[in-house]
Design a protein around this ligand. Structure first.
Ligand SMILES: *[C@@H]1O[C@H](CO)[C@@H](O)[C@H](O)[C@H]1NC(C)=O
Ligand SMILES: *[C@@H]1O[C@H](CO)[C@@H](O)[C@H](O)[C@H]1NC(C)=O
Ligand SMILES: *[C@@H]1O[C@H](CO)[C@@H](O)[C@H](O)[C@H]1NC(C)=O
Ligand SMILES: *[C@@H]1O[C@H](CO)[C@@H](O)[C@H](O)[C@H]1NC(C)=O
Ligand SMILES: *[C@@H]1O[C@H](CO)[C@@H](O)[C@H](O)[C@H]1NC(C)=O
Ligand SMILES: *[C@@H]1O[C@H](CO)[C@@H](O)[C@H](O)[C@H]1NC(C)=O
Ligand SMILES: *[C@@H]1O[C@H](CO)[C@@H](O)[C@H](O)[C@H]1NC(C)=O
Ligand SMILES: *[C@@H]1O[C@H](CO)[C@@H](O)[C@H](O)[C@H]1NC(C)=O
Ligand SMILES: *[C@@H]1O[C@H](CO)[C@@H](O)[C@H](O)[C@H]1NC(C)=O
Ligand SMILES: *[C@@H]1O[C@H](CO)[C@@H](O)[C@H](O)[C@H]1NC(C)=O
Ligand SMILES: *[C@@H]1O[C@H](CO)[C@@H](O)[C@H](O)[C@H]1NC(C)=O
Ligand SMILES: *[C@@H]1O[C@H](CO)[C@@H](O)[C@H](O)[C@H]1NC(C)=O
Length: 821
């Protein structure tokens, strides 16, 4: 903890120094708000939004998002790559909600900030699929006054993966704002094309202000017009055409006027949104529902949503600064490397989730039926993957326990209400996000994993929030899972883990199963108020487990094989939930063992000795949360190795789900919410509280609302805040600088002094060719899809497509005019 500001300074510099020497970030989050609004930028130099186009988080799809600036009539490009005179990025920083670039354009320096609001205590704001970008903090290095104009545009690449698709658009002006909207002429709802949605409407919006102009048009014309004139003509391009045919872009510019030393113009703020509605189709064997974003419960038109988002900017900025300060002050009390990891992963945890409500009929939503769905980002299109939610759970409970409840509800609802039932918990709600069909496949092989995860999470939610409502409501289901575990956990044979380990008698998997039974005992206690046999079972099983698994200096990964070892991350709930099942001596010797296994030159420690040279950063960090207080050095070494992997230029996507322990080479998984496991260390400070649950008639499933065994003195969830708050000084991570200059030496020089009339503004896509989004649909999916197509859009949702004026399709212009790509 920091008690005085003087302590902060050396630590702050310590990070700066280490960041400069070896750890720049290779891929920087820009607008990371939903599974589909998920734009990042490759930073060759470790710092720069210029010279590269942003990409979708999967890295295989460019997303046109550009920025220019004119200083005393001389133009520079500060974002994107049109082969034009680039600005120089001086520094960049990330915090949990922001990426900030300090940029030099001629004699002017300014900041470009990408703010993706995180609003864990407000579902309306959290679910709005918009992100801010703003330019401010101007200063002149020569101390003179300068005339400044700023420009930004997006292309239509955000709304489809297929550059051959015809897109349609318009620009809407109200009294207070202007927004561009663009979508596919024939949206293809509810089907993903390599992770991208094919039905969204992209919005690019700005509040009106003086000196403000806009344009839709050919990329070259909009950009060169701005560079020549410093303004845009407020004109619409009406020639609807494919994405890459004369690249239609949607632009804004602001003539800020003359900025004199000491004066500071208002920030230039734009909002980028990607709206698709409904968000998901939820089609179980019993019913089919179209579910929309929670924010539609508060607004009745997209104009209202955009206008509210734009006018909320300065409040959102200060709320999110507070959020950053609180989270980073708690994280920095652990270590600055830990704060660096938290800064990187927080956005992606929230962006993996959709907070939904059912649309009853056009414009009507039932906001008391909230369900949060999570996509298995970067790995598959599974819905609500249980092991990923288990990883993310410490973060969810840390930020707002209601999130944790509402993400469990769809899994519990599905498994307790369906006509088909397994005696064990399922791994997910199906593999076809955003069409949610449930999963009745035979997944018994994963059942110890999933029953354990579900019971642990249900109890964790109750005991950290005091809210026992789920315990009573799904009591019968929980019991069937616990009974399954009693039969199968101590000696899990013919079971695998979600990580794909398939040895018999794996101690980490057995431990999870036993903790599931322990959780059931506590659930039973909460709803029936009496002692029960589950606790006896859990106690007996854990003592057998200790005999089988714990050898002289560590926990064997496989019973009886003393050379086997692994990251026993399931010790985390044993500690976090105050079970008292595993003693400090075991934890301490296991920690000492990790210390001996770790090779400081590696960016990780293997997950399991049976799978050498493979690790999972989230399980390393969940393991770090199991290291006893007396051994902070071991915890910090685990954190440092993950930090080393995250802040590494050569490894573009920071923190994949799996990578090579020795080299850091990524194996799979970008942008996953499973990195929420890193919040395990902070979540340790959430105390257990008394659970308020309704009692259940144990003869089965009948809830009697009699107030249960409500314990007196239950405390509310403490919610977000832990740790001391550092007054004023936001703890942002700085990286850059050194890394940038080192790297530049090897880089080809950019062409210089090109006359503006000769400049070729160009863009080309790299990566996978667009595949038709006709991936095999199940019959259920087709049904859901037809159902969607047949119904009129809710009047309040994104507007229906207008009758477009479509020009005959020309051959896309070859855009390879000899520049960077
Ligand atoms: C501008 O950016 C720099 C570095 O990226 C940062 O230190 C500074 O706080 C930012 N200024 C404002 C006003 O955001
Ligand atoms: C958690 O989120 C819900 C939904 O937005 C909100 O009603 C509640 O107040 C939040 N809880 C806390 C502790 O902020
Ligand atoms: C754009 O917005 C306007 C006004 O809401 C609407 O009439 C139009 O249909 C929208 N167009 C697209 C392509 O979304
Ligand atoms: C675009 O919006 C303008 C102004 O609202 C309207 O006059 C025009 O008809 C719209 N164009 C299309 C193609 O919808
Ligand atoms: C600059 O503005 C003038 C007058 O508004 C216009 O005629 C001209 O086409 C513009 N230049 C470019 C390159 O757009
Ligand atoms: C809204 O949802 C709640 C909770 O699921 C449910 O009890 C209620 O019946 C629903 N209301 C309507 C009008 O369907
Ligand atoms: C059920 O889940 C398993 C594991 O993720 C998957 O292999 C299977 O395809 C799923 N079945 C369905 C119907 O989604
Ligand atoms: C359950 O039994 C244990 C020991 O047998 C006792 O310590 C505990 O208080 C009992 N719990 C309840 C709720 O009666
Ligand atoms: C185990 O360690 C924790 C945390 O350091 C401490 O609170 C607890 O009292 C210890 N338990 C025993 C039995 O020593
Ligand atoms: C459950 O309810 C039934 C019917 O009301 C009653 O006969 C039975 O005794 C109850 N069981 C318990 C454990 O309360
Ligand atoms: C639940 O209670 C109702 C009314 O008391 C009864 O009709 C029903 O059979 C009970 N269901 C079960 C599963 O016990
Ligand atoms: C690009 O930079 C060079 C050197 O600073 C300058 O001479 C040239 O005019 C710039 N190009 C444009 C289009 O502003």
């Amino acid at each position: 903890m920091f008690s005085s500001p003087t302590l902060q300074i050396p630590l702050f510099y310590a990070l700066l120094v280490s960041a400069q020497s070896s750890f720049p970030l290779g891929y920087i989050p820009l607008a990371v708000k939903t599974p589909y609004l998920n734009g990042w930028v490759t930073s060759d130099s470790g710092i720069s939004p210029a010279k590269n186009w942003p990409t979708f988080f999967t890295e295989d799809r460019l997303l046109g998002w550009g920025g220019l600036i004119r200083v005393d009539n001389q133009g520079f490009q500060w974002m994107g790559n049109s082969g034009f005179n680039f600005t120089k990025t001086l520094t960049s920083e990330i915090s949990p909600t922001k990426s900030v670039f300090r940029i030099q354009a001629g004699p002017i320096q300014f900041n470009a900030t990408f703010l993706t609001p995180i609003e864990p205590t407000d579902y309306v704001r959290q679910s709005i699929p918009f992100s801010y970008m703003f330019v401010d903090a101007f200063s002149a290095t020569d101390g003179q006054a300068h005339r400044i104009q700023v420009y930004s545009d997006i292309s239509a690449e955000w709304v489809t993966r297929d550059n051959g698709q015809v897109v349609i658009w318009n620009t809407t002006e109200t009294d207070t704002m202007v927004y561009h909207n663009v979508t596919r002429k024939t949206p293809f709802p509810m089907i993903e094309n390599n992770n991208m949605a094919e039905d969204p409407v992209a919005y690019y919006a700005m509040a009106k202000r003086s000196g403000f102009t806009w344009q839709s048009g050919i990329d070259i014309e909009c950009r060169s017009g701005f560079l020549a004139n410093g303004t845009l003509p407020n004109s619409r391009d009406t020639g609807f055409r494919p994405v890459s045919q004369n690249w239609p872009v949607f632009a804004f510019s602001v003539d800020i006027g003359t900025v004199s030393p000491g004066s500071q113009p208002d920030p230039v703020v734009v909002a980028l949104g990607l709206v698709h509605d409904p968000l998901v189709t939820y089609a179980t064997d019993i019913f089919t529902q179209r579910r929309s974003g929670y924010y539609w419960s508060a607004y009745s038109s997209i104009d209202q949503v955009i206008s509210a988002f734009l006018s909320d900017f300065s409040d959102a900025r200060s709320r999110n600064s507070d959020f950053d300060t609180k989270v980073l002050s708690a994280a920095s009390a652990v270590s600055l490397e830990y704060a660096g990891i938290i800064s990187l992963v927080t956005r992606q945890i929230f962006a993996a989730m959709d907070i939904t409500i059912p649309s009853m009929q056009p414009g009507q939503f039932n906001d008391s039926d909230v369900k949060i769905f999570m996509k298995d980002m970067g790995v598959s299109s599974r819905t609500s993957p249980v092991e990923v939610i288990y990883g993310a759970f410490p973060a969810l409970l840390y930020f707002n326990s209601t999130l944790a409840r509402d993400i469990l509800v769809p899994l519990l609802d599905f498994q307790s209400s369906s006509s088909k039932q397994h005696p064990y918990a399922v791994p997910d709600l199906g593999i076809t996000y955003p069409v949610i069909l449930g999963n009745f496949s035979d997944t018994q092989i994963l059942a110890v994993e999933n029953c354990g995860n579900m019971l642990i999470m249900a109890y964790a939610h109750a005991v950290k929030s005091g809210d026992g409502s789920l315990l009573s409501r799904y009591y019968t289901t929980f019991r069937s899972w616990a009974d399954f575990l009693i039969d199968n956990s101590l000696h899990p044979r013919n079971f695998i883990t979600a990580d794909g380990l398939s040895n018999p008698d794996m101690s980490n998997l057995a431990l999870k199963g036993i903790l599931g039974i322990y959780s059931m005992a506590k659930i039973n206690e909460a709803v029936e108020g009496s002692n029960n046999t589950y606790m006896d079972q859990a106690t007996q099983l854990i003592s057998s487990w200790k005999q089988l698994a714990v050898s002289n200096d560590h926990i064997d990964a496989i019973y009886g094989e003393s050379t086997s070892w692994g990251l026993i991350y399931n010790l985390f709930p044993a500690i976090w939930l105050d079970t008292g099942l595993v003693g400090n001596d075991t934890l301490a010797s296991q920690a000492g063992f990790y210390d001996k296994q770790m090779d400081s030159s590696n960016p990780g420690l293997d997950l399991d000795s049976s799978q050498p040279d493979v690790t999972y950063p989230h399980w390393m960090l969940m393991t770090a949360a199991t290291i006893p207080d007396g051994l902070p050095g071991v915890r910090d070494r685990l954190i440092q190795s993950v930090y080393k992997q995250a802040y590494r230029m050569t490894n573009q996507f920071p923190l994949p789900v799996r990578y090579r322990t020795s080299t850091g080479d990524q194996l799979s998984g970008f942008g996953s919410a499973i990195q929420g496991a890193s919040f395990g260390i902070l979540a340790l400070s959430l105390p257990n509280v008394d659970i308020k649950a309704d009692s259940v008639n144990s003869s089965d499933g009948n809830t009697t609302n009699v107030g249960g065994n409500t314990a007196v003195g239950g405390k509310p969830n403490v919610g977000v805040i832990v740790g001391g708050v550092i007054g004023g000084l936001a703890f942002l991570l700085i990286f850059l600088s050194g890394g940038y200059f080192l790297w530049r030496k090897e880089q080809k020089k950019q062409p210089k002094g090109v006359d503006s009339t000769e400049v070729v503004y160009f863009k080309a896509s790299r990566g996978t060719p667009p595949s038709a989004a006709t991936a095999a649909m199940s019959s259920k999916q087709r049904e859901a899809f037809r159902e969607r197509a047949d119904q009129p859009d809710p009047a309040s949702g994104p507007a229906a497509t207008p009758t477009p004026i479509v020009k005959s399709r020309l051959h896309p212009r070859v855009q390879d005019g000899g520049a960077e790509r």
